[in-house]
Design a protein around this ligand. Structure first.
Ligand SMILES: [Zn+2]
Length: 157
């Protein structure tokens, strides 16, 4: 086992993950990569308008870490806006605040993080089968090694 990654809890994954200045030809070096948890700090602090303390709690990280990630996110966005760079939102070390599950019979439901950590096994709330798997959101590394049915919902992740 290697070093434990630091999981930051996020409640939202942007649907649009690529922004590009109009009418400008860019090469790869002019692209800023914002990780998912950086986008989450912007959402909580700058969009929802929450206090640092509250944001840090929601993401399950310290205030210091929250401030650091937020500053990094703001600086990247400023760089892109001021210098005409593209922004790509992807990757990072994060865990979803809720996860969608599907059972073998095709029922789907959402499980909040707080419930997930208090319940070792999930079973389907509709038909009670214990054969269930997470289907959303897709995250690199999830579902590896399993031959379970994969739903992509038309998106390329
Ligand atoms: Zn079911």
């Amino acid at each position: 086992m290697g070093r434990q990654p630091l999981w930051r809890r996020v409640g939202f994954i942007p649907q649009v993950t690529y922004f590009k200045p109009a009418g400008v030809r860019l090469d790869k070096s002019e692209e800023i990569c914002l990780v998912i948890e950086e986008a989450e700090t912007i959402r909580l602090k700058d969009f929802e308008g929450l206090e640092h303390e509250e944001c840090a709690q929601k993401m399950n990280i310290s205030r210091t870490t929250f401030a650091r990630v937020l500053n990094s996110a703001r600086r990247k966005i400023a760089d892109a806006l001021l210098h005409g760079k593209a922004i790509r939102i992807e990757g990072g070390n994060f865990e979803m605040a809720a996860r969608r599950f599907m059972c073998v019979n095709g029922h789907e439901w959402d499980v909040p993080f707080e419930v997930m950590i208090n319940t070792s096994t999930q079973s389907c709330p509709t038909c009670n089968t214990p054969t269930v798997m997470p289907i959303w959101p897709w995250h690199p590394g999830w579902g590896t090694g399993s031959s379970g049915r994969r739903r992509r919902e038309g998106r390329n992740w």
